[in-house]
Structures are given as C-alpha cells and as structure tokens.
Design a protein around this ligand. Structure first.
Ligand SMILES: CC1=C(CCC(=O)O)c2cc3nc(cc4[nH]c(cc5[nH]c(cc1n2)c(C)c5CCC(=O)O)c(CCC(=O)O)c4C)C(CCC(=O)O)=C3C
Ligand SMILES: [Fe+2]
Length: 395
C-alpha cells in the first residue's frame, strides 16, 4: 500500500485549519477546536417531504419526479418518515452527555446534507455563537465518495453559500470503521446471534454470518480511499469492511465458535448496465439452504444506526428472503447510541484536541488508524470531477 502526498490532482481544498491544511496525514499537534459539527445524511419526516428530500439527494442529476416516486416506495410505506433524524437527535444528546461527563465544554451543532436541519443552519449557528474552529463527525464510518468525500464537498459548499469561509474552518475526524468503540458493538451483536443459534441446537457449520453494507458503483469503490492506495478493484471501501469482519469473526471464534462468513451488499440503485459491488444480500440468502445452512445472522456492518436501508432492505426484504429460503434469521444491532460507540466518537475528538501521536491511536485492523486528513484525489467523485472540498490538505 502506498499513498501519494504530492499528488497534483487539480482539486481545491478550502477552509481547513492551518494544522490540517499544511499537509500531514495525521494531525499530531493539538488543535483548539471550539465546536463539533455532527453531519448527517438527513431524511424526510412526512409524506410531503419525500419528493423534495429525494430531489436534494439526487441534486444536479436532473432525475424527473416520476422516477423519484419509484424510489420513494419504502419511505411511503413508513408514512414518509425516515427514522434517521430521530436517531441523530438521540446521538447528539448522547455526545453532549459524554462531552459533559469528560468536562470538555464543546458544543455540538447538528446539520444534514439532504434535509433539515441543514448543515447551513448548523454552521451559521456555530459561527453566530463565536465557534469557528469546527471538527466534523459524519455519521459514516468507511472511505468512499458517498461516505467521505461527499460530506467534505458539502462542508465546502456550505462555507461558500453562507459566506463564512473567511471565519470558519472545518476539519474532520478520521474514518472510524476500525475504531474499537464502533467495532465492539458489532462484536457483541454477532456473539449474541451466534450463541443464540448454538443454544437452539444448530451446529456452527450450519450457521452463516453475512456482513452487509451499502453497495456502491464499482467505479466509486475502485477510487475509494487514497489514490493508488493499492487496494484493488473494491478499493479501500471493500478492504475496510473485510478487515473489520475478520476481526469480529476472530472474537466470535474465541468466545463462541468458528463460523463461516461473507461480505454482501444491499440497497443497489442506478441503471442495471452500471456495475455495482456484489453479491446482493438476498441472492446469497437464497443460496444458503443449498449449502446446508440452517440459520443466518445478518450484520448491518456498513450502517451506524437503524435507518431506512436497515428497516426496509434488511428487516423487510432480507427477512422475507430468509423466510422463503426456510432458514432462521436474525439481524444484529447497529451502533446507534451504544455507550461504547458514543464514547469512541468522543475519543476521536480528544485525540485531535490533544494531537495524540498516530502510534497511540486505537484501531483494530492493520489498515488503521485512518488518516485525519484526506489525501488529494481521495475518494474521487466519478460524477462531477473535483469539486471544492473542506477538511483536506492543500495540494
Ligand atoms: C455508501 C452509502 C451510504 C453510507 C454512508 C452514509 O451514511 O452516508 C449511504 C447512506 C444513506 N443513503 C440514504 C438514502 C439514499 N441513498 C441514495 C442513493 C445512493 N446511496 C449511495 C451510497 C450510500 N448511501 C449511492 C452510491 C447512491 C446512488 C446515488 C449516487 O450515485 O450517489 C438515495 C437515492 C435514491 C436511490 O438511488 O435509491 C437515497 C434516498 C440514507 C438515508 C436513509 C434514511 O432515510 O434512513 C443513508 C443514511
Ligand atoms: Fe445512500
């Protein structure tokens, strides 16, 4: 694996703190952040919000409303209400409580990319209260355009649109896929599921664990993580998920039993002609009885909380697929507001406040600790080339 620091990619990096913008991969000097920017995806909160929300998600791509209505069905089914905003409100409260407990005295401003409260409002409120050196936590653990760079583009867009670029800087915490606080929640979930099956008399050989994450276009996957990162076709995105799954299954083997596992993908969209990461979770579930499998644990490894992809694509569709296949299935929990996860997020903030050396930063896979500062060209946008981004180094 190699990374190119002197990459001449023609991208514009704006509004990073001087410590981050000057070029290191890890910011090992203390930075006096004075506010946290909790950045969410956003979701509709009623039937009337659904189409405007989907217009925001697909902005710039000119998708007609009739097509958007086709992807609206799962939101329609739940009265147009995505669970995601309630979860982010709960996460904000949990982060505030942990900050209070540690006496860090940092305010948390929450804003979303695609629905209110928007990032614009959060950044404007922060600046209005005199908080101008912000550290962003996005509710997204892995590296890819959708899970990393798109958030950074939006931070830059917001600083432009609010005219606050002269006053406010935004850095980000490292992608936290292999932070012990995040991973521990999955370890506990998979241990519980597997030991439950074993207690029901199912032999470990007849149990499978399917780690499920959001599919993304192959072209995005290949470009996920640092340019020329050496991760192959699936890029850093796939490598990170596989590395975390291996760690989880090693712990399950120690505590319960050795069980076979597979990384699968869900929630594919886009035209069928465009290759996306495979196999699909439901296709794999359908094949399990033929391989002698009696019970499956479905692990939402790519998701930080029970949002729509989890409730619909896993709890509804994948559960139906398991029922049709005639096998037992459980879906293990997402991190949500689990204390280990919440405390892990605040550890990520503290390592930046203190400038903790890289060597002392907790990580459970060989891929980490991931970079504080994205390299030029990292998680390239295959849709629109390089838009201005925040929280990077200046090439
Ligand atoms: C990697 C990834 C994450 C995880 C990282 C993160 O969390 O950020 C994620 C999260 C989410 N995705 C969400 C919703 C949607 N994603 C869409 C479309 C897409 N997602 C993609 C990828 C990802 N998405 C991609 C490659 C597309 C195709 C469009 C494109 O090429 O960019 C569409 C458009 C309709 C459609 O295409 O189906 C919707 C409505 C919600 C909210 C759920 C709720 O309401 O609870 C959340 C948390
Ligand atoms: Fe998505």
């Amino acid at each position: 694996m190699s990374t190119t620091d002197t990459d001449t990619t023609p991208e514009t990096v704006l509004y990073a703190s001087p410590a981050a913008a000057s070029g290191p991969k890890w910011v090992e000097t203390p930075v006096a952040y004075d506010g946290i920017l909790l950045a969410g995806f956003g979701g509709p909160e009623g039937q009337d919000d659904v189409i405007p929300f989907l217009r925001n998600v697909t902005r710039g791509r000119g998708i007609p409303d009739e097509r958007l209505e086709e992807v609206a069905h799962h939101y329609r089914h739940f009265d147009g209400i995505s669970p995601i905003n309630a979860q982010n409100r709960a996460l904000k409260a949990a982060l505030e409580a942990e900050i209070e407990r540690r006496g860090l005295g940092l305010p948390v401003y929450w804003g979303n990319r695609n629905w209110g409260p928007y990032l614009e409002e959060a950044v404007t409120e922060a600046a209005g209260s005199g908080h101008t050196t912000l550290l962003a936590i996005a509710t997204s653990a892995y590296s890819s355009f959708s899970s990393c760079r798109q958030y950074r583009e939006d931070y830059a867009r917001v600083l432009e649109s609010t005219g606050l670029g002269e006053t406010v800087t935004i850095d980000k915490v490292r992608q936290f896929f292999d932070h012990p606080g995040f991973v521990d929640t999955f370890v506990r979930g998979v241990k519980d599921a597997v030991s439950g099956f074993v207690a029901e008399g199912i032999a470990p050989d007849n149990i499978r664990v399917l780690f499920s994450t959001h599919s993304i276009p192959m072209a995005d996957a290949e470009r996920s993580g640092p340019r020329d990162g050496g991760f192959g076709e699936g890029g850093a995105y796939e490598a990170q998920h596989k590395a975390v799954a291996e760690v989880v299954m090693a712990e399950v083997a120690d505590a319960v039993a050795t069980v076979e596992w597979e990384l699968v993908y869900q929630s594919r969209s886009g035209p069928p002609t465009q290759p996306w990461l495979e196999p699909d979770v439901n296709d794999v579930i359908a094949e399990l009885p033929g391989r002698g499998v009696e019970a499956v644990a479905i692990v939402p490894l790519g998701f930080v909380s029970d949002h729509m992809e989890v409730l619909w694509d896993l709890d509804t569709e994948a559960m139906e697929a398991a029922e049709e296949a005639g096998i037992k299935a459980v879906r293990t929990p997402t991190p949500g507001v689990d204390p280990a996860y919440v405390s892990g997020l605040i550890d990520l903030v503290e390592e930046r406040l203190k400038g903790t050396p890289r060597a002392e930063r907790p990580h459970v896979t060989d891929l980490g600790p991931w970079y504080d500062v994205c390299r030029p060209g990292c998680c390239e946008n295959i849709r629109a080339g390089f838009k201005p981004v925040a929280a990077g180094i200046r090439p």
